[in-house]
Structure formats: C-alpha cells, structure tokens
Design a protein around this ligand. Structure first.
Ligand code: IMP
Ligand code: MG
Length: 194
C-alpha cells in the first residue's frame, strides 16, 4: 500500500506559532487579589453570586472566588459566538444555561476578555430579563480598541492592546488555556477566534 499523503503533519502548523509573555502569573495573581478586595468593598454585606462564562473564565473565576471574603456562590454559563477575529457577526448562542435562578441576587459576571463586547451585551440582556438585584461585570482583560457593542466592565484586571492573547484560560483553537501567564500568540497565518 502506498504511503498515505492524506494527512498533513500537525507539527507543520505548530512550528509557526509562538507565545510571548505579556502578563506574568505573579502580576495576574496580585491584580486578582486587588479586584477581589474592590468587589467586596463595593458590596460589604451581600452574598455575591459569581457567574463564570465558560470556558475562558475558569481560572480567573476560581482564583477570584477564593480571594473574595464572605458569602460567595458560583454558577456557569456557556456561549458560542460566530464570526472570526476581524469579522464579528454579532451572533451569540447560549450553549449551557445557569443551574440556578439569579432573581434577587447580586450577580458578578466573570469573563476572560472583553473584546468587541458582543458576548457580554448578549449575556447582560439575558440576565437582566431574569430580575437580579444587581449585575456587575468583572473581566480579566479588556481590549478597548476592539469594542463594537456599547458595554463596559465594572472591574478590569488589565487593559491590553489589540493583540490576540492566550493562556490563563484563553485559548487558540482550544489550546494554551493551561498556561499560567497571559501571552501574545504569533502565527504565520490569520488568528481565528474560537
Ligand atoms: P467579544 O464578544 O468580541 O467581546 O469576545 C469575547 C470572547 O472572544 C472572549 O470570551 C474570548 O473567548 C474570545 N476572545 C476575544 N479576544 C480574544 C483573544 O485575544 N484571545 C482569545 N480569545 C479571545
Ligand atoms: Mg474562546
């Protein structure tokens, strides 16, 4: 049997990718501890319900939750967005809903990154219909240059330039989420948003 030429070696794609550290892990952890204190300072007496947007927010949410003192509960929601990095269709779909009602609760939406803002705009619309007591938004990263939707975060870890970043939960095609630092991904080809 002739050797198959149907499958291109995966390594070919990977050789053109490289990650340059943008925010080292110690800096991320320090900032998260500060954000946790800011959040608790704003709501000293209230139980806080943290809603993580899967999957990018997982490490941020778990680290943030452990730094917030007092009564904290957690839930998760998942969305998928269509379009790529440069052409956002603005179409967002709910792929996993919350387990519990948010009615009457103080909700902190926890997101990895605020980019065009389309995802957050969609989520806030969904949540507001469910009559929470209040909603605040915490994002680890903010790329203000890319904003399309008129949304903002109440708590921002770091403002970053318009570059595609990975690590600390952020992925490129589901890879790099496990990096402890946030880094800028460089590719030979165009970067697709996942
Ligand atoms: P938005 O709806 O354009 O604000 O995009 C939000 C989502 O796009 C984030 O939750 C990420 O999943 C993804 N995203 C945006 N920018 C980046 C990036 O630089 N690296 C990895 N994912 C990103
Ligand atoms: Mg993603």
């Amino acid at each position: 049997m002739p050797k198959s030429t149907r499958y291109k070696p995966k390594s070919k794609r990977q050789t053109v990718e490289s990650v340059r550290t943008l925010i080292p892990r110690e800096q991320i952890q320090r900032r998260i501890a500060e954000m946790a204190r800011e959040i608790r300072r704003d709501f000293p007496l209230e139980p806080l319900h943290l809603v993580g947007v899967l999957k990018g927010s997982i490490f941020f949410l778990t680290d943030l939750a452990r730094e917030i003192s007092g009564d904290v509960s957690l839930d998760f929601i998942a969305v998928s967005s269509y379009g790529d990095r440069t052409h956002t269709s603005g179409e967002v779909k709910l792929t996993r809903d919350l387990d519990a009602s948010i009615e009457g609760r103080t909700v902190i939406v926890v997101e990895d990154i605020l980019d065009t803002g389309m995802t957050l705009q969609y989520l806030l619309r969904v949540f507001e219909q469910r009559k929470p007591r209040r909603i605040r938004v915490a994002v680890l990263l903010d790329k203000p240059e890319r904003r399309i939707a008129k949304v903002r975060a109440d708590y921002v870890g770091f403002k970053i330039p318009n570059e595609f970043v990975v690590g600390y939960g952020l992925d490129y095609a589901e890879r790099y989420r496990n990096l402890a630092d946030v880094g800028v991904l460089t590719l030979g080809a165009r970067v697709k948003k996942t």
